[in-house]
Design a protein around this ligand. Structure first.
Ligand SMILES: [Zn+2]
Length: 147
């Protein structure tokens, strides 16, 4: 048996909605999907919210090069230095972008807050995502983590 988690993060990796709004969004999510172990987590700086060990590749948004191994090396290096920004230069074609805007095969991203439930429901419909966004006050990205 594997576990499935739906994780909602703000589209903006630096967004920090109030705890009250985040809790309300999580409550709304629990009404939309049958899930358990709802969890709210806050971070001081954008954390990489991964989909799974077996998540798909990471590609350059400009030239589509496979940059997965570079990505994880760079991520570790930044962790060690405590670097806060997400500004990067792609290793393949030397263009400037954000870590958050790389082309992730499985939806992943960076965030200062996560709203998570353990569930097996379907992905959020566009109107459901809009409801969550209205409660939270910012656009969101939905990530599925399969363990
Ligand atoms: Zn490139």
């Amino acid at each position: 048996m594997s576990d499935h988690f739906m994780i909602i993060i703000p589209m903006d990796p630096f967004a920090k909605p109030s705890e009250e709004r985040c809790q309300a969004a999580l409550d709304r999510l629990c009404e939309l999907r049958t899930g358990y172990e709802p969890e709210l987590e806050f971070f001081d700086k954008p954390e990489f919210i991964w989909a799974a060990e077996s998540a798909g590749g990471v590609f350059c948004p400009f030239c589509a090069a496979d940059i997965e191994s570079w990505f994880f090396e760079e991520l570790r290096y930044r962790e060690e230095r405590g670097q806060q920004d997400l500004v990067i230069t792609t290793p393949c074609c030397a263009r400037s972008t954000s870590f958050n805007d790389l082309d992730f095969e499985d939806r992943q991203g960076f965030a200062c807050v996560t709203m998570e439930i353990n569930c097996r429901g379907a992905d959020l419909e566009p109107f459901e995502r809009e409801e969550i966004e209205a409660v939270l006050g910012v656009p969101v990205r939905v990530i599925w983590r399969h363990l």
